[in-house]
Structure formats: structure tokens, C-alpha cells
Design a protein around this ligand. Structure first.
Ligand SMILES: Nc1ncnc2c1ncn2[C@@H]1O[C@H](COP(=O)(O)OP(=O)(O)OP(=O)(O)O)[C@@H](O)[C@H]1O
Length: 331
């Protein structure tokens, strides 16, 4: 287990500021999901922690120790990247054994065998252990790369979109397994994803990055319910939060420029008229696409709603969030 601390970390590439004075304390055993659009600095943050890259200024501490000058091998971290990195001439078993065969670790043979077997079962690749890495599908290769990180029992895992090449069923299975393994081992995990469900279901903490700056760090629930800005609010939630001019509804504070309404925070039955443009029955949820005073918005309703396109309903905000002219949240 290890606490991860970034202290005023800045990293630039030419004219691009990839990380901008980021300070952050990640508690022992946390599962942190980093969110932000492409180029926000997520991968750069993982690379700073791993030692693959050095900060221009600032410092990284793992388990209370400064990592200044330490190589990736000298840090107790294991990484999984989006692109699988396997030894193609070795079998799946040999690929999984490789991290344990480091002369530094001196892992006994029976322990190696047990760990490889356990990890292969969890990742549903036990039947492929004797295949060459090149004789695997993309999803299988990715599972072997995850396995190579898992066999080592590191204090810190760094994962960059590790499930993005897998199909929906396997993603859902591995989400649960990764969360279980992380909770059981007590390791701290930093995880990059663009997937909302992964963020909400796996994370104990969410870090929102915008152009290299850490704009919010908190539990998924906190970021969802109490976002600091429109930007942070739009990082979580599917369908997205509705952001509309504040004066569309009565009751906005004078300094509010926009109102943010999560789809489930629009009450139906009372208020003003909205036109139902489209009804989407998704099985576990029904979405209503509404037109309200020339603006589009999305809300959710009863799964068995009899509503149809062309009808009108009455709506009013139930839990509005207000933002100022630059998109910052108003208290
Ligand atoms: N090795 C590099 N050389 C030059 N620029 C880089 C390098 N690595 C990152 N950058 C730049 O730094 C910024 C942050 O990149 P980073 O890869 O951390 O973003 P990201 O949030 O991980 O994006 P993605 O979701 O696309 O992976 C980007 O503008 C990127 O182009």
C-alpha cells in the first residue's frame, strides 16, 4: 500500500503544458479515475508517477519517499497501457511469469506457478497459457498485459484505458475483477478511462483534468452532485447534464449565467410546458428528448411511460446547479 503525492508538478513538451502545477494527495488504497478529454494530461500524470518521464519542476512521493532520480524499475509500480506490450516470441505463460522471474524478486517456482494460474483464471485466459502471444486476439493480448501487472503485487498500479479494446461483456466482467483485486491487495490504483460507467462504478476518487490543471478531486458522487464548474459537471453522467441559460426558469440567483440540470433532476407534472420530441425506451430506463423554450433537453421517466412524441408535459427543476459567466459553480 502506498500514498501517492504530487507536489506542484509541471511538465511541458515544447510549447505544450501537459501538467500545470498539479498538487494532489491520493490516499493509500484509493482507486482513482482520471477524467478529461484527449490532451488533458492524464497519461502524462501516470508517466510522472511511473518514472517513465520526469517533471520539469515539482516532486512525486510514493509511500512517503521522494522519487527524484528513481527509474521505473526502482519504484514499486506496475503499468498497463492501452496498447498491449507483450513479448511476441514467448507463450502466454512465459509472458505472465516474466515479471516474477526478475533476479531481484527471487520468487520460488511453486509461487510463480500458483500466481500465474490464479491470474490466468481471473482474466479468463487459462485455456490459452501455452499459446504464443502472437496467436491471440487483441482482447486476449490486452488481458495478458493486465495479467503481467497483476502477478507482481505492486504497491501502485497505473492503468491507461486497459479495457478499451475489450468487448462489452468482458469489460463488465473485468471491471468487477479489477475492483475486487485492487480492494483485496490494498494497492493504490490510478486509472485513465473515457468510460463513464467505469468511472462511476470503480473509483473511490475521481480527478478531473483540464488542460493540464487538476480542477476537481473527490468521490465520484461528490463530483457528480457538487461539480465545481460546468466543465467538471459534464465529465460525469450519461446522458450528459443539461446546461441551459439560467433565466429559462424562475428562481435563478442574479449572478447565474447558466443552470445545470442532471436528467433525473427535472420534475414532471408541474411547472412550464415542454414538448416531447422523442421517447427512447432503453429497457432499464426511458429517456425523453424535450424542447423547452427553443432549447433541447434530456430527462428520464418511468420505464413503462406511455408518453409519445408530440405530446406536452410540464417540467420544473428539482435540484438545479447554477454557474457564473465563466462556468464556475455558484454556492
Ligand atoms: N512525448 C510528448 N511529446 C510532445 N507532446 C506530448 C508528449 N506527451 C504528451 N504531449 C502533449 O501533452 C498534452 C497532454 O498529453 P496526455 O497524453 O497526457 O493527454 P491525455 O489526457 O492522456 O490524452 P488522451 O486521452 O488522448 O490519452 C497533449 O497536448 C499532448 O500532445
Amino acid at each position: 500500500m502506498a500514498e501517492v503525492v504530487l507536489e506542484k508538478v509541471t511538465k511541458t513538451f515544447g510549447g505544450t503544458v501537459a501538467l500545470d502545477n498539479v498538487s494532489l494527495t491520493i490516499p493509500n488504497g484509493a482507486f482513482v479515475v482520471l477524467l478529461g478529454p484527449t490532451g488533458a494530461g492524464k497519461t502524462t500524470m501516470l508517466r510522472m508517477v511511473s518514472g517513465l518521464d520526469k517533471p520539469d519542476s515539482g516532486e512525486v512521493y510514493l509511500g512517503g519517499r521522494s522519487m527524484k532520480g528513481l527509474s521505473p524499475a526502482e519504484r514499486n509500480v506496475a503499468m498497463v497501457f492501452q496498447q498491449y506490450s507483450l513479448y511476441p516470441h514467448l507463450t502466454v505463460r512465459q509472458n505472465l511469469e516474466f515479471p516474477l522471474k526478475s533476479p531481484l524478486l527471487k520468487t520460488p517456482r511453486d509461487v510463480i506457478e500458483r500466481k500465474v494460474k490464479e491470474v490466468a483464471e481471473v482474466l479468463q485466459i487459462a485455456h490459452k497459457l501455452d499459446n504464443k502471444a502472437t496467436a491471440l486476439s487483441g482482447g486476449e493480448m490486452q488481458r495478458v498485459s493486465i495479467g503481467r501487472a497483476l502477478v507482481r503485487n505492486p504497491e501502485i498500479f497505473l492503468m491507461d484505458e486497459p479495457l478499451s479494446s475489450l468487448d462489452a461483456k468482458l469489460r463488465a466482467d473485468l471491471r468487477i475483477e479489477l475492483k475486487r483485486i485492487q480492494a483485496k491487495s490494498g494497492a493504490t490504483l490510478l486509472y485513465v478511462t473515457h468510460d463513464q460507467i467505469e468511472a462511476m462504478t470503480m473509483a473511490t476518487h475521481v480527478g478531473v483534468l483540464n488542460e493540464g490543471k487538476l480542477v476537481q478531486f473527490g468521490s465520484p458522487r461528490e463530483v457528480y452532485e457538487q461539480p465545481v464548474s460546468v466543465y467538471a459537471a459534464t465529465r460525469l453522467g450519461q446522458p450528459h447534464i443539461n446546461v441551459l441559460p439560467a433565466d429559462l426558469f424562475a428562481g435563478a440567483p442574479a449572478s447565474a449565467k447558466s443552470i445545470g440540470l442532471r436528467p433525473e433532476h427535472i420534475a414532471q407534472g408541474e411547472g412550464e410546458e415542454a414538448l416531447v420530441k422523442r421517447v427512447e425506451h432503453l429497457g432499464d430506463q426511458t429517456r425523453l428528448h424535450l424542447a423547452f423554450k427553443k432549447h433541447d433537453l434530456i430527462t428520464v421517466t418511468d420505464t413503462h411511460s406511455p408518453l409519445r412524441g408530440g405530446e406536452t408535459i410540464r417540467i420544473q427543476p428539482s435540484r438545479p446547479l447554477y454557474f457564473d459567466a465563466v462556468g464556475m459553480r455558484l454556492a
